[in-house]
Write a protein that binds this ligand. Structure first.
Ligand SMILES: Cc1cc2nc3c(=O)[nH]c(=O)nc-3n(C[C@H](O)[C@H](O)[C@H](O)COP(=O)(O)OP(=O)(O)OC[C@H]3O[C@@H](n4cnc5c(N)ncnc54)[C@H](O)[C@@H]3O)c2cc1C
Length: 453
């Protein structure tokens, strides 16, 4: 059985549903599918925190449903491992009613005209003459195999990237995730007997014993309803569920559990390319997540918006090859990819620190709350690099400060390389070699081995 569309989107999470919505709104014949069906559609294991700026941007295309924002957040409280230092970082956002968020986006895409195939699992791309021309899928309820043919396929299948990773190794978009590039996370949503302090602030706790190479969190939906979880660097092969049970659960007087679950999150630099002949990747499938804190809902929206724009452009040219879709790469690197790369450089440095380093660094405010806010909202600027250079002269822990200085310096340098992402596919390999060289140099300086392959 075979059906034809302009665009087929695999996955109906935030990225897939929003891509389908944007394309259907533009009048394209769109199909989007998800292996989930019925009540499971839209369900996602997540921390459910989303920055207001992402919602504001989405509002240019789709009016947000106010019922979905269950708690207005004013900022982040960040705690040192010994709990003696607390940073309060301003930043407006929301806690989402995540199940209804997911369902709402799917409904909006359907209302805009996209055809939704629930309970359909995509198994492989259809490749003809070096182009993706559709996907093979199974209708889970009927056990029927189907072909969805399209000019363009969008992989929105989340961190597994089920379509893009089945493409030949020679396609840059097929890049596999190394364990160094992911975080393993587990979280539970529950009501508590007592109440959270400052429920308008989400809480992030750095602790290399509880959550090595990551952090643990307590994100309040209200003063007695919370989302508590942790993320651990994938390369360490530690089960986050076990650490959750050992370290976090005993801290709470739990009244009622609402949801439990885990997953893995790509926490890395951007993929070498987010496009190929007849295919683009969005959201987690494009590894578009913030590598420092693992937040990716906003980037799922951003990629959904930018991918739809590039696809419209490709249709106007009547061509769907890598070159025709390339503008998506360039837009992505300019909008977010360069900052993603900067934050990835900082992430790698943080993963080399122990609790003692973190306690020292936070208590001495080697980076202030304003610096953290600046870096997270505007990226690493020369003034931050300069500040680190000057601080080095007065350092009581030169090794730690030198790492911090190197991180800021290379974050700026590597971020600038992403701003200089090639304007066409021809320059990609040369550009990528230079980026890998800079990463290799940086890793040596902070005591990490060569780039993993
Ligand atoms: C524990 C945890 C906590 C997090 N906390 C936050 C947070 O607080 N804030 C934040 O911004 N981000 C957070 N994230 C990340 C965020 O959830 C993701 O970045 C975001 O949801 C990605 O959306 P997506 O649409 O790309 O992927 P997903 O939401 O994963 O959607 C992918 C969809 O594809 C479907 N699918 C997969 N394979 C197939 C297939 N073969 N065929 C058909 N369908 C398929 C899946 O069923 C799923 O519905 C967290 C992630 C985890 C795991």
């Amino acid at each position: 059985m075979s059906e034809s569309f302009d665009v087929v989107v695999v996955g109906a999470g935030t990225a897939g549903a929003y891509t389908a919505y944007n394309l259907a709104k533009r009048g394209f014949k769109v199909a989007f599918m998800d292996s989930k069906s019925g009540d499971k559609v839209g369900v996602k294991t997540c921390g459910d925190a989303l920055g207001k700026h992402h919602v504001d941007r989405m509002a240019r295309f789709l009016t947000p449903n106010p019922k979905i924002f269950v708690n207005e957040i004013k900022g982040v409280e960040l705690f040192s491992p010994d709990m003696r230092t607390k940073y309060v970082i301003a930043g407006e956002g929301y806690m989402l009613d995540r199940f209804n968020w997911g369902k709402w986006l799917v409904k909006e895409a359907v209302n805009a005209g996209a055809a939704f195939f629930e309970g359909h699992t995509a198994v492989a791309p259809i490749l003809e003459n070096g182009h993706v021309v559709g996907v093979k899928a199974t209708d889970n309820r009927q056990g029927v195999h189907k072909e969805f043919r399209a000019k363009v396929v969008v992989d929105a299948s989340g961190s597994v990237g089920v379509i893009r990773t089945k493409l030949p190794d020679t396609w840059p978009i097929s890049e596999r995730l190394h364990p160094e590039d992911v975080s393993h996370a587990y979280r539970e949503v529950f009501y508590i007997e007592d109440s959270v302090e400052n429920p308008q602030y989400i809480k992030i706790y750095l602790d290399q014993t509880i959550s090595p190479g990551g952090y643990w969190w307590d994100f309040p939906y209200s003063s007695n309803f919370v989302n508590v979880g942790l993320g651990i660097w994938g390369v360490l092969k530690i089960n986050p569920n076990a650490n959750y049970k050992k370290y976090l659960e005993p801290r709470y007087k739990i009244k009622e559990k609402v949801h439990m679950g885990g997953g893995f999150i790509p926490t890395r630099r951007p993929l070498k390319s987010l496009v190929g002949n007849g295919i683009l990747a969005v959201g987690d499938a494009a590894a578009a997540v913030n590598p420092l804190h693992g937040g990716g809902i906003g980037q799922a929206l951003l990629t959904g918006e930018l991918a739809a724009k590039a696809i419209e452009r490709a249709f106007s040219q009547g061509r769907f090859d890598t070159t025709a879709l390339w503008s998506y790469n360039v837009d992505y690197m300019n909008e977010w990819g360069y900052r993603q790369a900067q934050l990835d450089v900082i992430r790698l440095m943080l993963q080399t620190l122990d609790n003692d380093d973190l306690n020292f660094g936070l208590s001495r405010k080697l980076l202030t709350e304003e610096d953290v806010l600046d870096i997270s909202s505007r990226g690493v600027t020369l003034s931050v690099v300069d500040k680190m250079r000057i601080a080095l002269q007065f350092a009581t822990r030169p090794g730690l400060l030198m790492k911090l200085y190197n991180a800021m310096q290379y974050a700026k340098r590597i971020g600038d390389m992403y701003l200089d992402y090639p304007r066409s596919p021809e320059g990609l390999d040369r550009w990528h070699d230079r980026v890998m060289e800079a990463y290799g140099e940086y890793r040596r300086k902070i005591g990490l081995g060569p780039m993993p392959t």
